[in-house]
Design a protein around this ligand. Structure first.
Ligand SMILES: [Zn+2]
Ligand SMILES: [Zn+2]
Length: 240
């Protein structure tokens, strides 16, 4: 059960090198995520409310009763949009990283259509944190699609912002190894996520897709406990 996905992943990565490119969504030849499919993604034209993830006027966010821990959220498209959903699932479950260049083209295009500034524009000390893999996923595939997506964002949207990968999930191999340290065991463990070192600055948490927002918010809480000033969420897609 656990071997099959990784064999598929390796096979898929090897095939990427030898086979002519074909679009993960429509199958057309010439690229891994074609121009036509990229242009068909339904884009998100407003940043979601950082407290409830809904779309309401920015002024209303101040009075919103949502409980998410973010200072701002940015995303690119809707998860119900098939070309984007297909890209994410092919990267996530089959490791089709050959789509990277086409994804970066898409991100550059979305960046050009953005008329508003980033929610984190005023931050002076800022780091990128990919969403860590759940322990069972880590055992199953070892490939973290959120880290790969964070790299694509770094090359296009977040060029001067360094990566600071300090967050792990409770029960993961890294967490278990580190938790043998008695200090960490007593001070930092609460909920699903653990920051392995203190954080001095603000963080942009990057994930493939956000749906309910509760897991991402829990990750944000762990970063805040570790000292992060503000936490922002950046995802490729938003689902409902
Ligand atoms: Zn296509
Ligand atoms: Zn709200």
């Amino acid at each position: 059960m656990s071997i099959i996905p990784s064999v598929r992943r390796i096979a898929s990565r090897t095939l990427d090198l030898f086979y002519p490119a074909s679009c993960v969504n429509c199958g057309a030849g010439g690229s891994w995520w074609c121009n036509r499919c990229r242009s068909r993604v339904e884009l998100v034209t407003q940043d979601p409310c950082p407290r409830c993830m809904g779309f309401h006027p920015q002024q209303a966010s101040a009075h919103c009763h949502g409980t998410f821990q973010f200072c701002g959220i940015a995303t690119t498209g809707y998860y119900h949009s098939k070309p984007l959903r297909k890209l994410i699932t092919e990267v996530k479950y089959n490791g089709v990283t050959a789509t990277g260049q086409d994804l970066e083209r898409y991100l550059s295009y979305v960046l050009n259509t953005r008329t508003r500034s980033f929610p984190w524009a005023q931050e002076s000390s800022l780091f990128i944190q990919p969403m860590p893999l759940a322990p069972e996923r880590e055992r199953e595939r070892g490939f973290n699609q959120a880290a790969w997506i964070a790299d694509r964002f770094k090359r296009t949207w977040l060029q001067d912002i360094p990566m600071l990968d300090v967050l792990v999930r409770h029960g993961s191999v890294t967490a278990q190894a580190t938790l043998q340290d008695k200090l960490l065991r007593t001070s930092n463990v609460q909920g699903d996520f653990i920051a392995l070192t203190p954080v001095r600055g603000s963080m942009i948490l990057v994930d493939d897709v956000v749906t309910t927002g509760s897991t991402a918010s829990e990750a944000a809480r762990a970063l805040i406990r570790a000292g992060a000033y503000n936490v922002y969420l950046l995802t490729l897609a938003i689902g409902k």
